[in-house]
Structure formats: structure tokens, C-alpha cells
Design a protein around this ligand. Structure first.
Ligand SMILES: Cc1ncc(C[n+]2csc(CCOP(=O)(O)OP(=O)(O)O)c2C)c(N)n1
Ligand code: SF4
Length: 281
């Protein structure tokens, strides 16, 4: 007998099971995100019909196929301009962009820079599993220095790209880093991020047991999960400097930025109103 899950109401259940490998951290990310959305819907601060998802390409971006909301699976790295276009035309929408570190920090890097600079009203959830999962475990901008990947067989010689520092420097309203090893905290950050105007960026430290964990010596998803858990440092109000990470130093999670500057949509409509002499809603 099939057992109903409390989140089934938000899922395209005909698409389940997901395409994700057993033990992949992405299930925790999706569950946590949907619970945060559920809390907002239940308390009345978000309407279900106003929630939209957009993702590019990759295991993470594939998440857009499962929630039972308006959603779009677009080309690699281009989910942000798609979501922003929807937001400008339909400002009542809460657009959630989900993507991997490859999708958002590499091929989509230029788009994210300008979305943050504009303080675009989007929730961007970037899953940092430290490699390109879908295509075979290649090095990503976020791969910790020194680690083996399929394209760095002698260890990654490059510095890690710290997206927290970047989003904070360019003026996002909300910047947090969570981890799948601490889902309740992650849910809290996502819940808060859903209520923000302007750009909210949540990085999620996650696991790719198949193409990252196994390759660096962790035989099971649980082994990798426990290893990452050991390397997580929880801080209530960490400084931006503390967001720098390395495999040795570990990963500080917490809320790095929380401010309330006007978002791009408000600014654009203010301009339109001025240009057209009022009357534009
Ligand atoms: C224009 C373009 N270039 C390259 C690819 C190949 N490709 C598909 S997914 C991907 C990277 C995925 O990595 P990431 O965004 O980190 O997501 P993950 O799979 O790890 O969740 C790449 C390079 C593509 N689909 N389209
Ligand atoms: S390849 Fe990695 S990121 Fe992709 S579904 Fe499998 S475990 Fe998850």
C-alpha cells in the first residue's frame, strides 16, 4: 500500500522516484525547501499560485521537475534571467532559482553577478556539492583546493570560489550558508529568505556521493555525509571573512547578511510610474 508523504501535495508524484542517485543530498535540499514554502503558505505570507521555480541544467537544476508549482527547466546557467523576466512581468510571483555550483557560479556566473548588483527580487538556492555532478564529477569553481576530481587527478590546484563573499560584496539583501547535514537550520534560512524583498542567496553545502564522495575515498553516502558534518561550523552571526572555506578548515554556516534595501522590481515600477506619469501597476 502506498503511504502518503506530508509533502506529496507539493510534488508531481507521477515523476517520483527522482533521477537522483541513492543517498544524494539533493533529496534533503528539496524536502527542506518545500517545508519552508509550506510554512509560508500555511501562515498566509505566500500564496501557492504565486510560487514559481526555475533551474538551468544539472542534477540540482533538475529539481524544478518535481515540485507541483509553476516551474521551468531552462538552458544551462540561464535560470536567473528567465526568473527575473517572470518577476518583472508578474511582480506578485515569488521566483525560486535552484541550481548547482556549476550552473550558477560557472556558466551562469555572469547572470548572477548582475542579478545581485540589481538586488533582483529572487531567491537563489545554490547547491554546492563541490563538483559538476551530472556530467561526471569534473572540477567546479567551488571545488576545495587540493581535492581529487575526475579532471584534477593530481588534486585541484585552484582557489575555491566563495559565493558568499561575492553576493555580499555586490549587495544582496540576504546571504546565508546552510548544509544538508543541518536541515532544521537550513529550513530556517530558506524560510527567512522567502520573506525577503531583493535578492536572497542561500548556499547549501551538499553531497554527491556518487561522483565526489566515492572518488575521494568515501565508500557510502553516509560516510561522506558524516565527514561533511564534521567539517561544518555553526555560527549565529558570522563575519563575511569567516565564509572562506577549505577542506581542511571546514565550512562556516550561518546568516552572513540580512538587510532590507529596495529590490529591483520596486525600482523598475517606480521608474515606469514616473515615465508614464503614474497609473502603472
Ligand atoms: C551550454 C552547456 N554547456 C555544458 C553543458 C553540460 N553540462 C550539463 S550539467 C553541467 C554541470 C552541472 O554541474 P552543477 O551545476 O554543479 O550541478 P550538479 O549536477 O552538480 O547538481 C554541465 C557542464 C550543457 N548542458 N549545456
Ligand atoms: S551524480 Fe551526484 S549530484 Fe547527481 S544525482 Fe548522483 S549523487 Fe546526486
Amino acid at each position: 500500500m502506498a503511504v502518503a508523504h506530508p509533502l506529496d501535495k507539493y510534488l508531481r508524484t507521477d515523476r517520483i522516484p527522482t533521477m537522483w542517485c541513492p543517498g544524494c543530498g539533493l533529496g534533503i535540499v528539496m524536502g527542506t525547501l518545500l517545508r519552508a514554502v509550506d510554512r509560508r503558505i500555511k501562515e498566509g505570507s505566500l500564496k501557492r499560485e504565486n510560487v514559481g521555480f526555475a533551474g538551468g541544467i544539472g542534477c540540482t537544476a533538475r529539481m524544478t521537475l518535481y515540485p507541483l508549482f509553476d516551474s521551468a527547466h531552462v538552458i544551462h546557467g540561464r535560470a536567473i534571467p528567465f526568473a527575473l523576466a517572470v518577476k518583472i512581468v508578474k511582480p506578485e510571483m515569488k521566483m525560486i532559482v535552484v541550481g548547482g555550483d556549476g550552473d550558477l557560479a560557472a556558466i551562469g556566473g555572469n547572470h548572477i553577478l548582475h542579478a545581485i548588483r540589481r538586488n533582483a527580487d529572487l531567491l537563489v538556492v545554490m547547491v554546492n556539492n563541490m563538483i559538476y555532478g551530472m556530467t561526471g564529477g569534473q572540477v567546479a569553481p567551488t571545488t576545495p583546493r587540493g581535492l581529487y576530481t575526475t579532471t584534477t587527478p593530481y588534486g585541484n590546484p585552484e582557489r575555491e570560489m566563495n559565493m558568499i563573499k561575492l553576493t555580499a560584496a555586490l549587495g544582496a539583501n540576504y546571504v546565508a550558508r546552510g548544509s544538508i547535514t543541518h536541515p532544521q537550520l537550513l529550513e530556517q534560512y530558506l524560510y527567512k529568505a522567502l520573506g525577503k524583498r531583493g535578492l536572497a542567496f542561500v548556499e547549501v553545502i551538499s553531497t554527491c556521493p556518487e561522483l565526489f564522495g566515492r572518488h575521494i575515498g568515501f565508500r557510502s553516502p553516509v560516510d561522506l555525509y558524516m565527514e561533511i558534518r564534521k567539517r561544518i561550523v555553526i555560527k549565529a552571526k558570522p563575519s563575511i571573512e569567516e565564509s572562506d572555506y577549505s577542506w581542511e578548515k571546514g565550512f562556516v554556516i550561518g546568516e552572513f547578511v540580512d538587510r532590507d534595501e529596495p529590490g529591483f522590481t520596486d525600482t523598475i515600477y517606480e521608474y515606469l510610474n514616473k515615465i508614464r506619469g503614474g497609473g502603472v501597476q
